[in-house]
Design a protein around this ligand. Structure first.
Ligand SMILES: *Cc1c(COP(=O)(O)O)cnc(C)c1O
Length: 223
């Protein structure tokens, strides 16, 4: 890519509806590149590994007003550290994990914002609730009063054509409505965290409110 990080960010920001928040996914991205993104207006960063994130968050302490979003698979033994560093957890993927985070949040006196990760289609490589499992767990999840459960997060399986991807996003939006109809006391889903570099435009058409973009902003990640 010949354009700069700042140019790419501005171009995408300008194309987004007001209702959509851009989260810059900075996993494997240097602190210097993150500063460039900050200078271009980014205030929401997404990270997927606790250890890597913690050291970068510490290194960026001088930048004010950043919201940190955890988007990776959260292991139970890292949950406490995640709560110390992140305001949003997009990848809460089981009742057991939610209950554990809820207890830890109480101990630490925090109330993180949470997305429940759903797996609309079978996907062996991914975690998350199926639609039915999530509906079955809602009552228990609603008792996790230290969590602000405000969103659903989904990642379509790799290799789908765009109409199949769109279908995944639409079903996620439909699930949000269905949860709303249950009138739960704590769970109020108003955010849809869906859309990555390759499919964010489809996600926005299906009502995404938070898109998680890495490659399209920072370039290819080396593995
Ligand atoms: C890496 C990652 C992204 C960003 O993916 P790109 O294709 O680089 O935009 C978004 N969401 C999650 C959960 C990720 O792990």
């Amino acid at each position: 890519m010949t354009s700069s990080i700042a140019e790419r960010i501005r171009k995408i920001q300008d194309s987004l509806p007001e209702s959509v928040k851009l989260i810059a996914v900075s996993k494997k991205v240097s602190v210097a590149a993150m500063r460039e993104a900050y200078d271009a207006g980014i205030r929401d960063f997404g990270e997927s590994r606790i250890q890597e994130a913690a050291s970068k968050i510490d290194a960026l302490q001088d930048l004010s007003g950043i919201t940190w979003h955890f988007i990776g698979h959260l292991q139970s033994n890292k949950a406490k550290k995640a709560l110390a560093y992140f305001q949003w957890l997009h990848s809460v993927d089981s009742l057991k994990l939610a209950q554990r985070i809820n207890l830890l949040a109480q101990e630490l006196g925090v109330s993180p914002k949470v997305c429940l990760q759903v797996k609309i289609l079978p996907d062996p490589g991914k975690s998350g609730w199926t639609i039915q499992q999530l509906l079955d767990d809602l009552r228990e999840l609603d008792l996790c009063k230290n969590l602000q459960i405000e969103g659903l997060m989904t990642i379509p399986p790799l290799g789908l054509d765009s109409s199949a991807v769109m279908n995944v996003f639409n079903q996620t939006q439909q699930l949000m409505r269905e949860i709303g109809d249950r009138n739960l006391s704590n769970i109020k889903i108003k955010q849809l965290s869906m859309g990555m570099s390759g499919d964010y435009q489809l996600a926005i058409q299906s009502g995404a409110t938070m898109i998680r973009l890495g490659t399209i902003l920072f370039g290819e990640r080396s593995v």
